[in-house]
Write a protein that binds this ligand. Structure first.
Ligand code: DCP
Ligand code: MG
Ligand code: MG
Length: 359
């Protein structure tokens, strides 16, 4: 039997803003783009939620529901920093940490459990440590499976701790609406409700053949999850050593401006991946292939680390210009970054979720 924690910050972006700007504490706060710019709410403080404000809502609607709410723009760098901090607190507890996004992760604490250190106690201690060290609250779900732990962490927000004892998984899930189940997105939910299936218990008790006929393998999986059966393990992603992007041309290119444009575009792709993986590196690499298929790389290590497309395309462009002599033409260009700053393991992209509709 496994013991899994799912931990998720409460109103993450909004709480960070309240932490950094004490005058916002206790007030309705929404983080996101302006109403004039057709912005949407990324995160709403729990004070704002009392007025019905929710994530993904147009900012204009949020301001109508709660005119006194203070809107602040998002500061992704800061959120990434706190995300790194919390993941490192998690990894202090167990190496089996699977981040799902900046503000949440699964932790497999099976080997940490002892007679006098039960999962509930471990979770409470983790919440306390995060609060003491970061000044923010997380909600934690404790269960024997990932899917139940994830649902449990959402039950008692904010500052929640919900423990589903071994053997209680099915009973815990039974009364919940089908939308709470892993993998039940809006379309699936609509079809299930049309058939009179409204709670997770309804799925658990539903005729297996009917589910299979209507939803195929997904139907089978839904029923297993509804019964509290889920064998998926906490996946620790490998450390990323480098991030790169390359492109091959239909026709060889020699024009410096056209080549620089390609470098700019590749830099943007790399920057996007770096952002997603919360990485920044000091070594910029350019890969080149000539018309005659000779392939080589040039690299430079900078005194500072880069993450943005602009910071990356500039040194990559310099490496390129040094190779533009004698009318050389290129058939492939690649741009990459390595030499990442933090030495600790970094999450890869949050793992691909198997179903649509998983929040
Ligand atoms: N986020 C976003 N757009 C969304 C949903 C989320 O930009 N539609 C961002 C802002 C959130 C962060 O991701 O702060 C974490 O997402 P959560 O779903 O965990 O939401 P919160 O942490 O804000 O609130 P909760 O207390 O419900 O977890
Ligand atoms: Mg959250
Ligand atoms: Mg989250």
């Amino acid at each position: 039997m496994r013991h899994i924690l799912h931990a998720d910050f409460d109103a993450f972006y909004a709480s960070v803003e309240q932490l950094d700007k004490p005058h916002l504490r206790g007030k309705p706060v929404v983080v996101g783009g302006s109403a004039e710019g057709r912005g949407v709410v990324a995160s709403a403080s729990y004070e704002a939620r009392e007025f019905g404000v929710r994530s993904a809502m147009p900012m204009r609607t949020a301001q109508r529901l709660c005119p006194q709410a203070v809107r602040v723009g998002a500061r992704f760098e800061r959120y990434r920093e706190i995300s790194r901090d919390v993941m490192s607190i998690f990894r202090d507890l167990t190496p089996l940490v699977e981040p799902l996004s900046l503000d949440e992760a699964y932790l497999d604490v099976t080997v940490v459990v002892e007679d006098d250190n039960q999962p509930a106690k471990i979770a409470a201690a983790l919440k306390r440590r995060v609060k003491d060290e970061l000044g923010l609250t997380i909600s934690v779900g404790v269960a024997t499976t990932k899917s139940v732990a994830k649902i449990a962490s959402d039950m008692d927000k904010p500052d929640g701790l919900t423990v589903v004892a071994p053997g209680e998984e099915r009973a815990f899930l039974a009364p919940l609406p089908i939308r709470d189940l892993w993998g039940v997105g809006p379309k699936t939910a609509e079809r299930l409700i049309a058939a009179g299936i409204e709670t997770i218990a309804d799925i658990a008790e539903c005729d297996a053949d009917w589910l299979q006929e209507n939803f195929g393998k997904h139907g089978e999986q839904m029923q297993r999850l509804a019964l509290g059966i889920d064998d998926s393990v906490v996946v620790v992603s490998r450390e990323t050593k480098s991030v790169s992007a390359e492109t091959t041309f239909a026709q060889d290119i020699g024009d410096p401006d056209a080549l620089q444009e390609v470098v700019d575009r590749l830099s943007q792709r790399v920057a996007q991946q770096l952002r997603r993986k919360q990485l920044q590196g000091r070594t910029v690499k350019l890969k080149l292939r000539l018309s005659d298929f000779t392939t080589f790389t040039r690299q430079r290590t900078l005194p500072y680390s880069v993450q943005s497309a602009a910071d990356l395309s500039q040194p990559a462009g310099e490496l390129l210009r040094a190779e533009l002599y004698g009318g050389r033409r290129f058939r492939l260009i690649g741009v990459g970054v390595s030499g990442f700053e933090q030495s600790e393991a970094h999450p890869d992209e949050p793992h691909q979720l198997r179903f649509a509709g998983f929040g």
